[in-house]
Design a protein around this ligand. Structure first.
Ligand code: CCH
Length: 279
């Protein structure tokens, strides 16, 4: 297989997405989450974190409770890494999300290779940079503004909750957002607006919201998208117009995967240096 043939890698990833004995029959949703969590550590001010470096390989980030369950996603991609040893993990994990999204009916997302794998754990970002589902709109804004996103981008990105589910043994939250969690559409926004949501406490003690039939759920952060008037205008637009949602999502997801990736003339990304305090 020719080195640098990313189309071949993408095809191989597409070939392993169906997995009847896992969750809802597809590893796609957890691959999308891996791509997001590997990128969502970015801090615009210090220019640290992000998908470059594949720092989740190191325990400090890999064992962050916010990343619980992503060891499955990383494991699912190991056979692909074995088949194409020249691809970096940082490129593989982001490409995995792009391939999964498309295969599950989502938009095509622009993706570029060139991320490197850091050779030590010096530049692993600290825990606590990813959003906490128990919180509200000011927390959501704080976390996503730190990455450099705008309100419409935030609402579009969280629309990824059209896919997959919460696992009580991973995050403490429990259930799925939409009836078909392996088909990427704008159903999440429609349900946010049109279902009646009431608060429940999960077996793990987390507060979340359920619809009247108690077969669908929302996180407090999801509900904040209709409690905040600016967010809500975007929820309404995306609920009404799937194409508009897809356009916004594709742009914002591509931006997410590029955060902190500064390529040199050779196409390879530079190291995002975390300055450690001098003691
Ligand atoms: Fe998410 N997400 N996410 N999410 N997420 C969870 C699952 C998925 C938050 C919390 C959670 C984004 C934004 C947010 C996915 C994609 C994205 C879970 C359950 C929690 C909790 C984990 C478990 O138990 O397995 C919070 C909070 C925010 C923002 O406020 C963004 C942005 C994206 C992608 C663009 C996907 C996909 C899943 C399903 C994973 C699976 O395993 O099925």
């Amino acid at each position: 297989m020719a080195e640098g043939d990313y189309d071949a890698v993408a095809k191989a990833i597409a070939g392993i997405l169906d997995k009847p004995d896992y969750d809802d029959g597809s590893i796609g949703p957890v691959l999308v989450r891996l791509a997001w969590h590997s990128s969502g550590t970015y801090d615009m001010k210090s220019r640290t974190g992000g998908s470059n470096g594949s720092t989740m390989r190191y325990d400090l980030e890999g064992k962050d409770p916010d990343n619980a369950g992503l060891e499955y996603a990383r494991g699912f991609l190991e056979p692909i890494k074995a088949q194409f040893p020249w691809i970096t993990y940082a490129d593989l994990w982001t490409l995995g999300g792009v391939v999964a999204l498309k295969a599950l009916g989502g938009p095509s997302v622009k993706w570029q290779p060139g991320r490197v794998d850091y050779v030590d754990e010096k530049n692993v970002p600290p825990n606590g940079r990813l959003p906490d589902g128990s919180k509200g709109q000011s927390h959501v804004r704080e976390v996503f503004y730190r990455m450099g996103f705008t309100d419409p981008e935030i609402v579009a990105l969280i629309g990824a909750h059209n896919l997959g589910r919460c696992h009580v043994d991973r995050s403490g939250f429990d259930g799925q957002w939409v009836p078909n969690p392996t088909r990427f559409t704008n159903t999440f926004y429609k349900l946010l607006l049109h279902e009646e949501w009431h608060e429940v406490t999960t077996k793990a003690g987390k507060k979340q919201f359920m619809n009247e039939d108690e077969d669908l759920m929302m996180l407090p952060t999801d509900l904040s998208l209709i409690r905040d008037p600016t967010f809500k205008t975007w929820v309404e637009k995306f609920a009404e117009d799937k194409d508009l949602f897809f356009e916004h999502f594709a742009e914002a997801f591509a931006k997410l995967l590029e955060l902190g990736v500064r390529r040199g003339p050779d196409g390879k990304a530079e190291v995002n240096v975390i300055k450690h305090a001098h003691i």
